[in-house]
Design a binder for this molecule. Sequence first.
Ligand code: PAF
Length: 281
Amino acid sequence: MKVINTIETMRIWSQSIHLQKETIAFVPSMGYLHGGHLSLIRKAKSIAQKTVVSIFVNPAQFGPGEDLEKYPRDVDRDLILCKNERADAVFLPQKDEMYSPGHFTYVVNEQLNNVLCGRRRPGHFKGVTTIVAKLFNIIDPDISVFGQKDAQQAIILKNMVKDLNFRTKIIIGPIIREADGLALSSRNKYLNSSQRRNALILSASLQYAEKQFASENKNMDQIKEEIIKKINATPECKVDYVEFVNAETLLGDYNKGDKVLLAIAVFVGETRLIDNTILTC
Ligand code: PAF
């Protein structure tokens, strides 16, 4: 496995793969890899000849007062995990090369930037689309693999690829959960043992909605209220948002038979966790 630290070396590597007429699948990450990332790497390996993982904690997607400084990092462990998954290359750029002085160009989805997580984290998706556009330009992947846990990110990036004519195809891997239902996330590391237990209210809320839909109660306003009540009644938990939106557009426009995304964000102590499920209305 090659560990590549500069943009130029990354470009040369990708070009050499394309010259050999091989395909590249790309898994972007901010490191501190968990089973969710590993499932994306496995997916990437199954659909392309070469797999590249990037590890870069992107400062542009953290707002003031967010957890940029304390975001968990363990590059040595990440490299071992990537090697075990037989990734072909890991792109590990330096912050100063990705954002050199005088970097004032950004990529923004002006419609979806300000809904769901975007409303709570202004500038977050501008940072995500900008770094992912830069990584696409550097790595030139045939296929890029993202996780469904970040459902809004996945849709915004699909839109970016379409709107800006990137040639990469986006594939979304399913949410990977612990045995008790908690969605895997690098931020789970922040939870102490009681918070870890209380955080199960996220997956329990989604299961509650799934059961209601299965029993033909599709009154989304009522289900949303119930979920908000249950979450706020759970110790150390506070709802950030609970929203039903069209699963394709992320907007509030859905008709009978459409897929709706139930997306939730909850503060468990200081830690903000997200989770989601897709239902048919
Ligand atoms: O999902 C993430 O880990 C990040 O948002 C991404 C896509 C790697 C961009 O920094």
